[in-house]
Ligand binder design. Structure first.
Ligand SMILES: Nc1nc2c(c(=O)[nH]1)N=C([C@H](O)[C@@H](O)CO)CN2
Length: 117
């Protein structure tokens, strides 16, 4: 199976467990992979035959910024379920980084893989 991916998609949103985090925007970075068959798109050179990564990025950003959340785990799960339900893919990988969370670390994050039932 082939993969369409987006690396380090930046989304600024209200995210965090602590009270001080609920009034500010913080940066999340996302790596997203969607398993799909790209052969028909390649054979026809037609965007309508594949998953448009610009549409995916816009939809994911819209979802994450729609409401504040506490955990990056919830962000990852919500994004994975959206991708599986709205796009022609049977398996997705979602990694969410919160790079400004820990001053003593380059980044923190969570990574998940989800398949359609
Ligand atoms: N596993 C997690 N641990 C923590 C999270 C999280 O989303 N998942 N969040 C926080 C705080 O919001 C932190 O980022 C504030 O700097 C702490 N641990």
């Amino acid at each position: 199976m082939d993969t369409i991916f987006i690396k380090q998609l930046q989304v600024d949103t209200v995210i965090g467990v602590y009270d001080w985090e609920k009034t500010i925007q913080q940066r999340l970075l996302l790596d997203i992979e969607l398993k799909t068959d790209i052969r028909q798109a390649a054979a026809t050179d037609n965007i309508g035959q594949t998953l448009d990564y610009a549409v995916i990025a816009q939809r994911v950003t819209q979802l994450i910024t729609a409401a504040p959340l506490e955990l990056i785990e919830t962000v990852a799960e919500n994004v994975a379920q959206l991708l599986l339900s709205e796009f022609a893919t049977t398996e997705v990988s979602v990694t969410v980084y919160k790079p400004d969370a820990l001053p003593q670390a380059q980044t923190v994050g969570v990574s998940i893989v989800r398949r359609s039932n």
